[in-house]
Ligand binder design. Sequence first.
Ligand code: GTP
Ligand code: MG
Length: 415
Amino acid sequence: NGSVRVNMSNVDSPLQIFVRAKKKINDIFVEIDDYVKDAVTFMHAVSGENGIATPQDVANVESYVSKVQAIREVLKRDHMKVAFFGRTSNGKSTVINAMLHDKILPSGIGHTTNCFLQVEGSDTDEAFLRTEGSEEKLNVQSVSQLGHALCASRLQECSLVHVYWPRELCALLRDDVVLVDSPGVDVTPNLDEWIDKYCLDADVFVLVANAESTLMVTEKNFFHKVSTKISQPNIFILNNRWDASASEPEYLDQVRTQHANRCVDFLSRELRVCTPKEAEERIFFISAKEALLTRLRDRHQPVSSPTLADGHQVRYFEFVDFERKFEECISQSAVRTKFAQHSRRGRNIAADVMAALELVYNTATDQKSAKVEKQRVLHEQLSAIEEQLTTITRQMKDKISRMVESVEHKVSLTL
Ligand code: GTP
Ligand code: MG
C-alpha cells in the first residue's frame, strides 16, 4: 500500500510514561507469578499425611495462580484510548488520519463515518478489519478498499469495527494508543448507548468542532451526558478548519478569542470538568486537512492538493502542540486509572499469599514448641524420678548403715 515506515524516535514522547509503567507493572506481575508458584510448590511439600498444610491451605494458595494469570492477560491488552466526537463533516476522521500520519480512515464526501471505528495496532505486517462479535479477519490492501468494505458491510451506526493497522507504521499505535472514530453526534438519537458502549473506558475525549461555526447544542449535550456518566472526563476541543480564517485575516484574533472564551466557558463553567486556566490548555485552533497534507508530503506521498493557505505553519505547530498535550494527558490518565487498580490487586495477592504461608509457618512452630514442651515435661519427670531414686538410695544407705551399726553394737555387747 505504499506506506513508508515511520522511523520517528519516540523515546521522549510523553506516551513513554504509560509504555514504561506498563512494562514495569508487567515485570512485577511476572515476579508475583513466580512467587505464587513457589508458594504452591512449598505448600505441596508440607502437605499430605502428617503434613502441616491442610488441603484447604493448598487450594487457597493455588487459587491465586489463575488470578495472577487473569491480571497478566488484562495487563498485556491494556492501552490508552481516545475517542473523537463532533458533528458530521467537522473533520473527525481527518484529525485521526493526521495524527496517524497517513490516510487510514475514509473521510470526506461519500465517506461519512457510519459506525464506530476503532483503530489499533496490529502485530503483523498486515492491515485488517474485524467487526464486533466476529473472529473473521478481512484483509485490507488499501484505504479505498477499507472505505468500500465499510460501506458494503451495512453496519449499524452503533456497531463497532476494529481496524488493525501495522504498529510499525505509526508511532501512536506502536505506543498502545487506540483511536475511536464515531459518526456525527447529530445523526443519532442513541447517545446514551454510545456512551455506555464506547466511552466508559476512554481516557481522553476529543471534541472536533468547526471553527467556521460555533459549538452546537448537540455537541454540548453529548458532553453533558458524558460528564454525568464519567467523573472528570479529560476533554480537548479542536476548533478544526481554522484554515478558513486565512481568508479573513482582519477578524482572526477577534474570532479566535470569541471561540476560545466559549470553549473555556463550556469546559469550566458548564461541564465543570476543569478550571478556566486548565481549559485554556485544552483548546486548539487547527486545520486537520493541512496537518495531514503536510505529513503526507513529508513522507513523499503523492498528494493532490493546492498550495496551503497563509499561516499554515502556525496552524501546524498548534496541531503538534495539541498532540504533545494530548499525549501527556492520556498517558498520565491511563496509568492512573488502569494501573493503580492492578498494583493494588497485586499488593493484595502478595499479602494474602504471605498470610497463608505465615499460617503454615505458625502451625509448624507451634508443633515444634509442643514437642519441645513434651520433652521438657519428660525431662522433669525423669529428674523427679532421679531425685526420688537418689533419695531412696540415700535412705537405704542410711538404713543399712544404721542396721550395720546396731548389729555391730549388739555384737560388741555380747563379746
Ligand atoms: P463524518 O464522518 O461524516 O461525520 O465526518 P468527519 O467529521 O469524519 O469529517 P471528515 O474527516 O470526513 O471531513 C469532512 C470533509 O472536511 C473532508 O472533505 C475533509 O477533507 C474536510 N476537512 C477536514 N478537516 C478540514 C480542515 O481542517 N480544513 C478544511 N478546509 N477542510 C477540512
Ligand atoms: Mg468521519
